[in-house]
Ligand binder design. Structure first.
Ligand code: HSE
Length: 430
């Protein structure tokens, strides 16, 4: 049996500091759980001279990554640098050196998870990544272990706290997109590069990880249809409410036999649904399995303490095995090669907002353009007639239609002289 478990940390930012704080200050509790002390041996930082509150012993710090990933005293490497490079290279090198790895890195796991798990298995080491999706919400291990007996049919996720905050403010306070985003940035919620949040990329990485696990396949994030939230306007939220809906950035995965639908985009969802009530920076994931039924996981999807909860849990799970000298013999499981459905094949309901000339015969022409494309209107409301410019806003909800036809119909509408603007279209999930 090993007498103590050596830990190396890559990165001492917000999450890294939270993790270091727990490792340095919860020694007794952690030792009790593992049966041996977890000893923080080295931490990779950019700048050793920077004053830090959590780590005062500067001999723990290094700017040389080899001091962590090649260090014979280190058993488990925790990667909290984020982003693709150099984090990916460090993780590979650590695994090849026989180190176990814990990471919160959604981009690396979404893009290279399968290869890294295979590499870990080759070296009999463990790779865990619970914090990569939903931070402290226990999603990864639930899919890997607790739901293993299920055939999963659907995943609906609100997986990005920043965009959920922005959408909540637009819906509840009528703020514009840019004013709400500014608030989110002032509160420190957005990623260093907020476009990853806003364009849906962050949610797509997380959906790739969840759906790969749920469907025993590999989903490349590049294959996930992804649309962000910057085109939404406060009036879309007002009209959504009139129809009994709210708007959320949903990450959706659905199994259809040998193919899978994976998409991230703003969706109308019914106000009565549980996901509609997930506000501010909260995340939630609804998973449906044939045995467990519908489950909802809900919590804060970001922040130092929340991520530390998941990172330290992964460390504890590995440390127990390190203590007993049990190496990883589990090969990554891929049983299905599921085709990713093109977005043009999607069947759902749609919301359109148009700016049109306010004169006789307009509705007839619009419903003809939709009807010609096999799209049936479920309701239509005329809004905000402007007497001076003789224009009006038309808000239309359709019955189920095919995306391909909807795109064609939008182009047809655009070319009508009486349609001044196709202002927005949003998919409806109901
Ligand atoms: N920027 C992410 C979010 C943080 O807003 O949810 C956690 O991945």
């Amino acid at each position: 049996m090993k007498q103590d478990i050596g830990i190396g940390l890559l990165g001492l930012g917000v999450i890294g500091s939270g993790v270091a704080n727990i490792l340095l200050n919860k020694v007794d509790t952690l030792t009790e759980k593992v049966g041996a002390p977890l000893v923080l041996k080295k931490i990779l930082v950019h700048d050793i001279t920077k004053k830090r509150q959590v780590v005062t012993d500067t001999s723990l710090l290094t700017t040389n990554v080899e001091d962590v990933i090649d260090n014979p005293e280190v058993d488990i490497v925790i990667e909290l640098i984020g982003g693709e490079r150099p984090a990916l290279d460090y993780i590979k090198q650590a695994l090849a050196n026989g180190k176990h790895v814990v990471t919160a890195n959604k981009e690396v796991i979404a893009k290279y998870g399968y290869d890294l798990l295979a590499l870990a298995n080759k070296h009999r080491t463990y790779l865990r990544y619970e914090a990569s999706v939903g931070s402290g919400i226990p999603l990864i291990s639930s899919l890997q272990h607790d739901l293993a007996a299920n055939e999963i049919s659907t995943i609906y996720g609100i997986l990005n706290g920043t965009t959920n905050y922005v959408l909540t403010k637009m819906s509840q306070e009528g703020l514009s997109f840019s004013a709400a985003l500014q608030q989110a940035q002032n509160l420190g919620y957005a990623e260093a590069n907020p476009s990853n949040d806003i364009q849906g990329t962050d949610a797509a990485y997380k959906l790739a990880i969840l759906s790969s696990l749920a469907f025993y396949t590999t989903i490349d994030p590049k294959d996930i249809y992804c649309q962000g939230i910057s085109h939404l306007e406060a009036q879309d939220f007002r009209y959504a409410k009139e129809f009994g809906y709210t708007i959320k950035l949903l990450a959706i995965a659905k199994r259809h036999g040998d193919s899978i639908e994976v998409r991230v985009h703003p969706s109308f969802i019914p106000q009565w649904s549980q996901l509609a009530k997930v506000d501010d920076v909260y995340n939630a994931v609804q998973i449906e399995g044939d045995l467990a039924g519908k489950l909802i996981f809900y919590g804060e999807g970001a922040g130092s303490l929340r991520a530390s909860s998941a990172v330290i849990a992964d460390v504890l799970a590995i440390a127990g095995n390190v203590r007993n000298m049990i190496g990883n013999v589990t090969e990554p499981q891929i049983n299905q090669n599921l085709d990713v459905q093109a977005i043009s094949e999607l069947h759902t309901r749609y919301y359109f907002r148009l700016k049109v000339a306010d004169r006789p015969g307009v509705l007839a022409q619009i419903s003809k353009a939709l009807g010609d494309n096999d799209i049936s209107i479920s309701s239509v409301i005329q809004k905000e007639s402007d007497l001076t410019s003789q224009t009006a806003v038309l808000v239309i909800m359709t019955h189920r239609a095919q995306e391909k036809a909807v795109q064609k119909a939008l182009a047809d509408l655009h070319s009508l002289e009486l349609v001044q603007e196709v202002s927005n279209f949003i998919r409806v999930e109901a």
